[in-house]
Design a protein around this ligand. Structure first.
Ligand code: NAD
Ligand code: UDP
Length: 317
């Protein structure tokens, strides 16, 4: 297959490039590098089945030659990023998804949308099944991301229903691993680098809010299976292991032997979800998928990568 991956120079997009190349496919990565970095795909330069196009997908997308699948992953994803880039986030979710769907229709390619657990907002149903419609504040600061993704889902279903495009929607829950930007502001990179520097970890609020963290390899496997399945409606892909942010901080400190503890800061964004845990019964049933990497194991694989990055930058001996 010849596959286009938008957001291909980002954290998840670059891991997907690796996976599709490893399976023998040809990959075109497209990215405007607004939150991504070519360092993530530098190891693929010169690969005979890989190419990169620098392009903002909110503008008309031109790709020469046939395409069999489009994985639409372009979008700021960290709350810090999308709070700094509110218009770009709305545009890539709306206009970018429209352009990518138009391309899929033209090329008769299968289309997979990277949606998010944020479509459930600050949920009142716990854990969250795909049938839950969510609890989103459209005008709050996080609305720029949540509503863009909800619009993107609606647009994807419209292209499926009206144009017969073969579409898939994955609702991704907090995913972490190597290649996350050191300063993307999400809790995993923040805590790991603070711990490696011997600093206290910054817990926003009282740390009683929960998240369920998934290692990147599990996400990639879920996306791969979903693309080749027949499921048109959204599928949650996440790890149901749920931790308070306080317990997560303690685990990071234990695994890095950081003695500096934690510090509490009043920095929670408005509408920061109090709980989050995927109901993955549907993914188990239709994809035969479930996560394999525990949080502790995933962190053990991720921490050395961050240590190396900090060393390269001269921030660690
Ligand atoms: P990321 O910021 O590392 O990657 C996003 C990529 O999209 C970046 O390389 C960025 O430069 C690119 N991009 C943004 N706007 C663009 C535009 N207009 N044109 C072209 N490229 C553009 O973030 P990530 O964690 O890899 O997230 C990738 C996707 O997965 C996003 O759509 C995000 O919403 C979704 N997602 C991620 C998570 C997670 O936990 N990592 C959870 C839910 C959903
Ligand atoms: N958080 C924190 N300290 C940090 C960064 C984030 O306590 O240095 C909290 C944040 O308030 C949220 C949770 O960790 O409750 C997860 O935040 P993240 O930015 O990773 O993504 P989200 O799941 O909110 O999209």
């Amino acid at each position: 297959m010849r596959v286009l991956i938008t957001g291909g120079a980002g954290f998840l997009g670059s891991h997907l490039c690796d996976r599709f190349l490893a399976e023998g496919h040809t990959v075109v990565a497209m990215d405007n590098l607004i939150t991504g970095n070519t360092d993530n795909i530098a190891h693929l330069a010169g690969h005979p089945r890989f190419s990169f196009i620098k392009h903002d997908v909110t503008n008309y997308i031109f790709v020469e030659g046939p395409l069999d699948a489009i994985l639409h992953f372009a979008s700021p994803a960290s709350p810090v990023d999308y709070l700094e880039l509110p218009i770009q986030t709305l545009k890539v979710g709306a206009l970018g998804t429209h352009k990518a769907l138009g391309l899929a229709k033209d090329k008769k390619a299968r289309f997979l949308l990277a949606s998010t657990s944020e479509v459930y907002g600050d949920p009142q149903v716990h854990p969250q099944p795909e049938t839950y419609y969510g609890h989103v504040n459209p005008i709050g600061p996080r609305g720029v991301y949540d509503e863009a993704k909800r619009f993107a889902e609606a647009m994807t279903m419209a292209y499926h229903r009206y144009h017969g495009v073969e579409t898939r929607i994955v609702r991704i829950f907090n995913t972490y691993g190597p290649r996350m930007r050191l300063r993307d502001g999400r809790v995993v990179p923040n805590f790991i680098q603070q711990a490696l520097r011997g600093e206290p970890l910054t817990i926003y609020g009282d740390g009683s809010q929960t998240r369920s963290f998934q290692y990147v390899d599990d996400l990639v496997e879920g996306v791969y299976r979903l693309l080749f399945s027949n499921e048109v409606e959204p599928v949650n892909i996440g790890n149901p292991g749920e931790f308070t942010i306080k317990a997560f901080a303690e685990l990071v400190n234990a695994l890095t032997d950081n003695k500096a503890g934690v510090v509490y800061k009043d920095l929670r964004t408005q509408d920061d979800p109090q709980v989050r845990q995927p109901d993955i019964a549907k993914a188990r049933r239709i994809l035969g998928w479930e996560p394999r990497v525990s949080l502790e194991e995933g962190l053990r694989r991720t921490i050395p990568w961050f240590r190396e990055e900090l060393r390269k930058r001269g921030e660690l001996p």
